[in-house]
Structures are given as structure tokens and as C-alpha cells.
Design a binder for this molecule. Structure first.
Ligand code: BGC
Length: 729
């Protein structure tokens, strides 16, 4: 019935009308065909909420008073919750607001693997592990699409750096591609039933990913059975014929010469000039239109039965705050100096410019016009109320210090410029350039701010430092040059710790930073991400113990970028080409297997209570070549005095691997809430995927018979119990 309806529509469309459906006729929308009731297809960024509206043909923001929206925790924060239910509720909220703002497709989530901590867009992604990404992207996508809105899982594929993002050519083994870089997309498509995928800017093995026959036709559509829409990244198409043949459905770009897009008039010209077989070309165009109409139909865009969505609903703030709370990672807490006891603090000093900085409006296409954003300073004030004097000192100097609130509202959009420049000049990762005068001024201001903070620290009852990165560093279009904290924060933190050895250090950032200058001296350390509009409140709640932290790192924090496998074994950021010679040894797979010390391992996160996990046991329930099921059980107790949540992680290690494998890989996890003193038995199921590797010779995932160790762990370094199983087939 639906099929017939769509085929009928296709037969009624002229070639021009079909072409109108497959390319942008605005910066974020296609044209639609009014006479047949086919509406334009309207997209919007992005992962942290629904972006503000731009003019149809200009990057100037419209400046509406009603496109302020919920600002959601960035994907790294979401991943740090290790909580599938929160991924679902976050997706649901995003889809609801996208629909509420009249969008058909939200350009989210971003799920590229963090190959290097320096990637400028790490904050938009979900860390380094394909299993964790897969487990979270499925409920996230499902949540988004519950609201008659399409997700758009991006950027497919191997878009792991910003340096030369438009033309860098990735050379990666088939095994690493299949085991590390593709599983998240496969899960989003096969289990999450995503209706949208965005091609990446970069090339893979010589061809741009936005018109990559192997990626789109063979893998996505062929192997995974994907029937949704493939949309290009904005300006990611470079060839009409390849775009036509590749399986790309919609070309979007950043310029307003819409008729000149590769899949617009040039496509009609190509056919008319006879440079492609006409029948094949028309069939390909019909195929694209079919995908688009199918998705439109599924979203109820053709039948008037569509959900209306809504945005800025107060009821949704609770789940937003909960996600922010669960994303915060307690990295150090020597002598249990945290949580702080607010009753004993008359005067609290808050140092660090990030305490007072809203981040929503930065980062590139992930920018958000937030309805509000509770900064850490606000959150602390709100939580402590009138009995504590809160003194704030920026401590370090950041250019727009003191005028942050004004600048947040009228930030410029550099997206079009960043894409219009000649790709050869695409920025290499350099430290942000400043003139000698500016440098001198900054140094002086920094000294002044530091002195003021150190002075104020002397008579405060407690000192909380809130530093980290900003979206000058965690940003689209540019990688970081190194992992160092900017604005001379290392020196400030070291000096603060001399004056006040009990200073609570908290960092707000979207990616790992080098903490070696002061880490040993800091007794406590909290890592908070760009955790959305409620992030500052959640951080305050953790500092003062209203919330027991339960976030865990979704990526390894190496000591420095120099230890990173992409640098040691592979290339980062490479040149014309970047060779992923580290192969499958990405993140903990490398640090673990090659015994490289790290600052904090993958999966790490402390709590204000203590958990004991023991008694791992496993039962092989099913063991055929095609299908396996292994039930793993263990006991977990909360032996501390307050309720909390642990993240139990199961890693699998092949005892006698036939090919080189990582020392172990995460294959199951569960976030478990326990009251003080509570004990529970937990079971998880491992399926065939838990034992497979990609065999390049036979082009498929294989699970070899043999002995496997199943490790119960608190993080990638801390294994608390091990059992062994034998797979016979
Ligand atoms: C980004 C995408 C984004 C698109 C539209 C591109 O520059 O890479 O992630 O969705 O622009 O703004």
C-alpha cells in the first residue's frame, strides 16, 4: 500500500522535480514538490540540541526570540554516564525539540571514534570504544526517532580529525575499519533503525566518503540493509557522477548557488550530455527519491498524522539534570576530602574562568542558543544559598573575560568560511596565534589574576578551582596542538595547591588534557564535560555531596598526546594521507596491550561509596558456529555508607589468539544502583560478537574455538575477578 503510494508519486514527478528533492535548496532544506504534496525536507544541527535558525540562503542567523532551546550534555558527557536509559531520554528530548522547532532531521548524533585526544570534535563524539558507542547510540537514535524526526548519524566514516578535514585521505586496514570505526554505525542502522546517515568530509582510500561506493552501496545498503537517507556533509560532495552512482541521496552544502550543487543542474546536464547511461542514471535518481519519500512517509510527513513535538518543557529538565549528574567523573579523592561539608564553609573561594563561562554558544555546528546555562559558579551559589559567602576570582585570563555574557549572544558563524577556503590551506593544528603585544598583555593580566586568586585563597574556608578547556580548543574545524591546559592554568593550579593543598580541582572540557604538572599534588579531581544547561548545578551537587558521582571515562586519558597510539604507531594528523598504522590498537586496546602507563584508564570513575564485585562465573548456554550465548554472573555489594551507582565492566580476552588481538576488549557493562549495604547478583549475556574478530581473508567476522578469559573490572586497568570458558565451535 505504502509502496504503491510512493511508486505512484515517483511516476508523477518530472526529472527536475526529482532533482529538486535530492539537493539543498536552502542551507538546511531541500525544495519539495508542492503540487504533489511533498514538503521540503528540513534539517538542523545538532548533537547538543536544536540549533538556531539561519536565513535560507545566508549564514546570518535569523535572530529569532523563540529559537532558544534546551542545551543537552555533549555526547562525551552522555557516554560518560554509561547509562543506556539516559541515552534514550536524551534522544527523546532532542527529537521532541527538533519536531517542536519544525525540523524533519536532526543532524545528530556524532559517533566517530576518538582516535586521538587532540581531535577538535572529540566532545561531539562518544569516546574510544566501539562497544560502548554501539550500546549508547542505539537507544539515543531510538529516542530521537520516537518523535517523527529522523536522526542523522555522523560522520560516516573515519572522520577522526579536523586537520584537512575536507580532503585528508585515510588509509586504514579493513580489520580496523570493521572492528573499530564501523560498529557504532552498524548498530545505529541495524538495531537503532536510524533513518539518516551523514557522509564524512574526508576521503577513505582515495575517494571522498560522501560519494563512496563501497561505504554506501556495499556496506551500508548491501551488508547492513540500510533503507534510510544518506545525506552529504555540508560541502562534502565533489563529483556529480560519483555522487549519482554512490548511493548518496541528498547533497547539502554551505553556499547559496543551490542550482549549481553537484546533484542539481550539473546532474541534469550530465545526463543530457550523455556522459552517463541515461537509464542507469534515471534509475539511480529514482532510488534516491524512493529513500527520501520512504523516510518522509515513516515520519508522517505525507499523511498529516505527525507528532507536533515541543520545546523548553520544564518537565524535561529533570532528565537533563540527571544526565549531567551521571556524566561527572570523580578522578581523585585522596583522604575523602570530597564531598565538601557546606555547613563548615562560611567563605568559599571559587577560582577559574570556566566557573563563570557558558559554553553553549561555541564549538562550531554544535553551538546552541541555550534557554539558559547554569555555570558552575551559578550552580554553587544556587546550592549554597545565603549562609555561605562565595568569592569568585577568574585566576587566569581569557580574552573576553568579564564580557562573556554579552559575547555569547552574538557569536559569529565561521562555518561557511571554513569550508570556502581552499582545502590545501585547511588549518593544521597550531596553537591559536596572537600578536606580541597581545601576548604581553595576556601575560600581565594572567599574573594579576593569579596573584588575586592566590591572595584570596589564604583566608577562605575552602577553595574550588574550575578550569579546563573552552570551545576555542574543543571545536569543529581545528585540532588541538597538544593536550596542555591553556591560559597558563598548570602554573595557577600548582601555585594554588601550594597555598591551599586541599584545593578541589575540577575541570570542564570535552576531551582529555595533560595534568602531569600538578596531578600528584592535587588530592581531589573532578572531570565535568560540557554537560548542558544543568551542568553547573550538577557539578555543584557533586562537590557538596548532594549527588554521589557515577560517571566513568568513555576514553583513556593518556599522560600526554605523545603516548597516543595514533602518534606512536600511526600518524596524526598526517599529510595528504593519514595512515592508521596503529590498526585496531586504538585507546585502551593499545595502552593495555603495549603496557603504556596512562593518567586515567578507560572506564575509570570513583564514587563517594565503595563497591566490591566478586564471584564471577560463566555458563556457556549456546555454542554453535553461528550463534553463541554465554551467561556471566557475579555479586556486587555497596560496602560504604551511602547509596551510589557502580559501572561493572566485562572484558573478554582470547587466551591463545590465532591473530594478533588486543589484551582484552569491553564486551558487556551495566550501571548498577545500590543502597548502602546492599548486595545483588548481576547477570549479563555475551553473544557471538563478544568473541569475534574481522578476518580479512574471508571478509567476515569469525569467532574461533578456544579458551577465553572473562574479566570483571572496575575499569580497563582494575580487574577484580576472572573466569575462563571454553568455546568448542
Ligand atoms: C559539519 C556537520 C554539520 C553540518 C551542518 C558541517 O560542517 O561537519 O557535522 O551537521 O556542517 O551544519
Amino acid at each position: 500500500m505504502i509502496k504503491e503510494k510512493i511508486e505512484k508519486l515517483i511516476s508523477q514527478l518530472t526529472l527536475q522535480e526529482k532533482v529538486d528533492l535530492i539537493h539543498g535548496n536552502g542551507l538546511f532544506a531541500t525544495k519539495g514538490v508542492e503540487r504533489l504534496g511533498i514538503p521540503p525536507f528540513i534539517t538542523s544541527d545538532g548533537p547538543r540540541g536544536v540549533r538556531k535558525d539561519f536565513g535560507n540562503d545566508s549564514w546570518k542567523e535569523v535572530g529569532l526570540s523563540y529559537d532558544y532551546v534546551s542545551y543537552l550534555p555533549c555526547n562525551t558527557a552522555l557516554a560518560a554516564t554509561w547509562n543506556r536509559a539516559l541515552a534514550h531520554s536524551t534522544g527523546k528530548l532532542l527529537g521532541k525539540e527538533a519536531r517542536g522547532r519544525g525540523k524533519d532531521m536532526i543532524l545528530a548524533p556524532g559517533i566517530n571514534i576518538m582516535r586521538s585526544p587532540l581531535c577538535g570534535r572529540s566532545f561531539e563524539y562518544m569516546g574510544e570504544d566501539p562497544y560502548l558507542v554501539s550500546e549508547l547510540v542505539v537507544p539515543l537514535v531510538q529516542g530521537i526517532e520516537e518523535n517523527d524526526v529522523s536522526s542523522c548519524v555522523k560522520h560516516f566514516a573515519v572522520n577522526n580529525q579536523e586537520t584537512r578535514r575536507l580532503d585528508v585521505d585515510v588509509e586504514v586496514s579493513e580489520r580496523a575499519l570493521r572492528e573499530i570505526y564501523l560498529p557504532g554505525f552498524e548498530a545505529a542502522v541495524k538495531r537503532g533503525k536510524a533513518k539518516g546517515i551523514m557522509g564524512a568530509y574526508n576521503k577513505l582510500r582515495g575517494t571522498h566518503c560522501c560519494h563512496h561506493d563501497v561505504l554506501f552501496n556495499e556496506i551500508l545498503r548491501g551488508e547492513w540493509g540500510y533503507e534510510g537517507i544518506i545525506v552529504s556533509d555540508w560541502g562534502g560532495v565533489h563529483d556529480t557522477k560519483e555522487a549519482l552512482m554512490s548511493g548518496l541521496d541528498i547533497e547539502m552544502s554551505v553556499t547559496n548557488d543551490f542550482d549549481q550543487y553537484y546533484m542539481a543542474q550539473p546532474l541534469i546536464d550530465l545526463i543530457e550530455r550523455g556522459e552517463v547511461d541515461k537509464k542507469t542514471a534515471l534509475a539511480r535518481i529514482d532510488e534516491k527519491v524512493r529513500h527520501i519519500l520512504n523516510v518522509m512517509n515513516a515520519l508522517h510527513m505525507l499523511d498529516g498524522e505527525r507528532s507536533a513535538g515541543g520545546y523548553n518543557d520544564y518537565a524535561d529538565k529533570a532528565s537533563l539534570r540527571q544526565t549531567a549528574r551521571e556524566s561527572i567523573v570523580l578522578l581523585k579523592n585522596d583522604k575523602n576530602i570530597l564531598p565538601l561539608d557546606r555547613k563548615r564553609i562560611r567563605k568559599l573561594l571559587v577560582v577559574g574562568e570556566n566557573a563563570n563561562r557558558p559554553h553553549a554558544s561555541g564549538g562550531g555546528s554544535a553551538e546552541i542558543k541555550a534557554l539558559y546555562e547554569i555555570t558552575p559558579l551559578m550552580g554553587i551559589q544556587m546550592l549554597l544559598g545565603g549562609n555561605t559567602e562565595v568569592v569568585y576570582k577568574p585566576g587566569y585570563f581569557n580574552e573576553d573575560n568579564g564580557n562573556i555574557w554579552a559575547s555569547a549572544a552574538d557569536s559569529e558563524n565561521g562555518q561557511a568560511d571554513s569550508l570556502n577556503q581552499d582545502i590545501v590551506e585547511s588549518p593544521a593544528p597550531v596553537a591559536i596565534e596572537v600578536s606580541p603585544e597581545q601576548k604581553q598583555y595576556r601575560l600581565e593580566m594572567n599574573e594579576k589574576y593569579m596573584r588575586e586568586a592566590l591572595e584570596a585563597a589564604k583566608d577562605a574556608d575552602a577553595v574550588v578551582f574550575v578550569g579546563g578547556l573552552t570551545h576555542d580548543y574543543d571545536t569543529e574545524g581545528q585540532d588541538r596542538a597538544d593536550m596542555k591546559l591553556p591560559y597558563d592554568q598548570d602554573r595557577l593550579i600548582s601555585e594554588l595547591l601550594k597555598v591551599r593543598p586541599d584545593t578541589v580541582v575540577t575541570l570542564v572540557a570535552g576531551s582529555p588534557v595533560d595534568m602531569s604538572a600538578w596531578l600528584d599534588d592535587a588530592p581531589s579531581l573532578i572531570y565535568s564535560w560540557y554537560a548542558g544547561m544543568e551542568g553547573g548545578m550538577a557539578l555543584a551537587e557533586v562537590i557538596f555531596g548532594d549527588v554521589n558521582p557515577s560517571g566513568h571515562l568513555p576514553e583513556t586519558f593518556p599522560i600526554s598526546e605523545k603516548d597516543c597510539p595514533a602518534v606512536v604507531l600511526g600518524e596524526f594528523p598526517g599529510g595528504d594521507k593519514v595512515h592508521y598504522n596503529e590498526d585496531i590498537f586504538v585507546g585502551y586496546r593499545y595502552y593495555d596491550t603495549y603496557d603504556v602507563p596512562v593518567a586515567f584508564p578507560f572506564g575509570y570513575g570513583l564514587s563517594y561509596t565503595d563497591f566490591v564485585m566478586t564471584g564471577i562465573r560463566a555458563e556457556v548456554v549456546e555454542d554453535t558456529v553461528e550463534s553463541k550465548a554465554v551467561k556471566v554472573s557475579f555479586d556486587i555489594s555497596n560496602i560504604g555508607s551511602r547509596a551510589g551507582a557502580a559501572v561493572a565492566q566485562i572484558y573478554v580476552a582470547d587466551k591463545y589468539p590465532k591473530v594478533k588481538k588486543a589484551a582484552k576488549e569491553l564486551k558487556a557493562f551495566e550501571k548498577i544502583y545500590l543502597e548502602a549495604g546492599e548486595t545483588r547478583e548481576i547477570s549479563m549475556m555475551l553473544e557471538r560478537e563478544a568473541f569475534t574478530y574481522y578476518d580479512e581473508a574471508s571478509h567476515q567476522f569469525r569467532a574461533d574455538a578456544g579458551s577465553y578469559m572473562l574479566m570483571l573490572a572496575k575499569n580497563a586497568e582494575e580487574i577484580v575477578d576472572i573466569t575462563e570458558i571454553e568455546l568448542k565451535n
